[in-house]
Structure formats: C-alpha cells, structure tokens
Design a protein around this ligand. Sequence first.
Ligand code: NAG
Ligand code: NAG
Ligand code: NAG
Length: 349
Amino acid sequence: MASNAPLFSAVSSSARQLLLLLRCIAFTKKALVRISADGLRFSTEEGSTMESFIFLEKALFTSYTYNPPPPPSSQDDPPAPPTFEINLTSLLETLNIFSLSDPNSAKRPGGYDDFAAHRLNRHAGINAFSNRTLGVTGVCTFSYDGPGTPLSIHMSEAGVTTTCDLTTYEADNAEEIPFHRDDLALKTIMRASSLLDAITELSSMTPASIAIHASPTSSSSSRGNPNANLSLSATGALGSATVDFTTSTSSDTPVLETFHCAGRIRSNYRFAALKAAQRAMAAATKVSVRVDGEGVLSLQFLVEVEGVGSMGGGGGGGALPVAFVDFRVVPLVEGEGEGEGEGSGTERE
Ligand SMILES: *[C@@H]1O[C@H](CO)[C@@H](O)[C@H](O)[C@H]1NC(C)=O
Ligand SMILES: *[C@@H]1O[C@H](CO)[C@@H](O)[C@H](O)[C@H]1NC(C)=O
Ligand SMILES: *[C@@H]1O[C@H](CO)[C@@H](O)[C@H](O)[C@H]1NC(C)=O
C-alpha cells in the first residue's frame, strides 16, 4: 500500500440515504464513529440508560477502502479500529446540503436550498423529475487519515470539489449497555409502523414512563388469556392509555409475526427513550422487540435502503440492501417509576 493512501475512504452514491439512516439515531449532538474493514458504525447514547447504533456495512457504499497500518511486528495484533467522536449535527447538515442534488429532496421551497439544488442539479445534469438511477445524485466521498485528522466529506460536481472537514474528537471509552441475547424474556417481530402508531397514540398522554407487559399463550383457560399478547401502556397527567397487540388475528399478516415469551413479564422504561426511536420506527419496515432477563429492552429496526450502489456486484436479485438500527434501553428501577405503585423494573413469573 502506498503510504499516502488514506487510512479510510469510502464513496456513497446517495448522501440522502445516509442522511435518512443517520437521522434515526440523531437524538444527541455527538456520535461515536468506529471504522473497520467491514463498515462504519455510528453510535449515540444518553447517559448510560439508552444507546443506539447503526452499522453501515461496506456493501452500502460504491467503494470502501480501509488500509490499517501494518502491526509493528508480525507477532502483534492488528491495531484497534479507529474510533472517534464527531459533531453529529454538523455531519447531518453536511449530508443535507450534499443530498440536495437528489431529486427527492430538491423540491422543498426555500431560497438557499433552491439555489443550491439548482446549482448542483445543473452540474450533475439532473432535474427534479429525473429518476435517482439517472445521473449523479448526491455522490460523496468520505476520508479519514487517523487520530487528530478530520473526517472529510467531498462532493465533486463538474470539476468543482466541495469539501467539509469535520473535526474528530478523541472518544471516551464508552461502555455499551449489555444485552443478554441468550436469556430472553420476550422476543417478537412486528411491523415498525405498528409500533410507531402505538407510541404516537401513547404520546398524547404525555407520560413519563411506559410499561411493557407480555404474556404467553395459556392453554388452560379459554376465559383467561387464550392468545399470547403484548401491551404497551402509559399513564400521564391526561390519563392513561394502553395499546394491545395479540398473536391472534384473522388476517394473513398478523401484527406480531413471531412471539416468544416464556412467562408473564412487566417492565418499565422512560417514555422519552422510546420516543427517541420514533424516526427509526418511521424509516423501518420491521422491528424486533426483545427484553432480556434483566429487563433491558432491545429494539432492532430493519431499514430497506434505496438508491445506494452496492459494491462487489451480485447484489441484484431484487432485494434492497438493508441496514439495521439498534436501540437499547435500561429499565426503570423501583422508585423511578412515575405515578404507579408497582414501579419495579422487571418482573417475571
Ligand atoms: C455542532 O455543530 C453545530 C452545527 O454545525 C453547532 O451549532 C454546534 O455548536 C456544534 N456543537 C459542538 C459541541 O461543537
Ligand atoms: C422512475 O422509475 C420508476 C420505476 O423505477 C418508474 O415507474 C417511473 O416511471 C420513473 N420515472 C421517471 C420520471 O422516469
Ligand atoms: C391480553 O389479552 C387478555 C384478553 O385476551 C387481556 O385480558 C390482557 O389484559 C391482555 N394483556 C396482557 C398483557 O395479558
């Protein structure tokens, strides 16, 4: 490898798609970035009670190069993947400007945006009615050269390159919220829009916390609870509301696609933590909702990604590439619960 090749560089064919994905986790102003040979991982966290992350695998880029420096001697492990913090607000602003050449985003009125979109479109040879498959739409290049150097984002239009250098900061050694996937109290997969509807409905109560109850199928009594179900409930100043999901349905596409629940559980979370995932709920098609034995909630959203070039070819076959957006939320412990007497974290029976 030539020593002047950057440590990392990648080309995205759609700044807009990256923007839509990264917005899913943009509930804080800073993000931690980790670069590896397989992709880019962005994570955000709030205190140590919730975190979110997204992994942009290299297949989502039209080209992706990571040239780790060789270890000092062949006995040594390769160096740890570069990790740094960036200002997520500035990154999103940059991607937003670069995505203005994308036909889908070029329609918004507004002086500067119109002007910028016009300028970019003129150079890229596209207009607001062209398809994203035509011409160049928001192609941008990322590069990073190691600790102390910025994350640079370039966009070229007809020989003019615009570059934004985002300052990178040394990362705190962030601890991840442990999630015990071998010890699950609940696992269900549902349409992300169903969860979004439920959270939107519960929001009207302006609740501080949300309770998740789940119960397995009970075969013993027909009057009791013949169907496994999951309910989300919230109590606020304006009253309380509950949204129930059940596995029983006459439809071919049940709301809960899979449902595994060993025993009744009840767990409370800060409502704001679930609201922070609303953008992910809106962007995703499906969500896997899991609660582990400690009551930690994991929401994994599957987002279909349109309009990105896939490297390594072969990706065709009709299926869109996907990205996963993850949220983890620590349950409220006794005493933190709002308004309800039984405010303990998680109960299993
Ligand atoms: C992050 O960037 C935004 C917009 O570019 C700026 O307003 C804000 O002050 C920056 N935050 C930090 C911590 O640098
Ligand atoms: C854009 O592509 C879609 C299918 O991918 C097609 O249905 C539509 O007619 C195209 N629009 C234009 C303006 O070419
Ligand atoms: C489940 O459904 C039953 C009725 O079928 C209902 O009584 C119960 O409240 C629902 N929720 C839970 C968590 O069991």
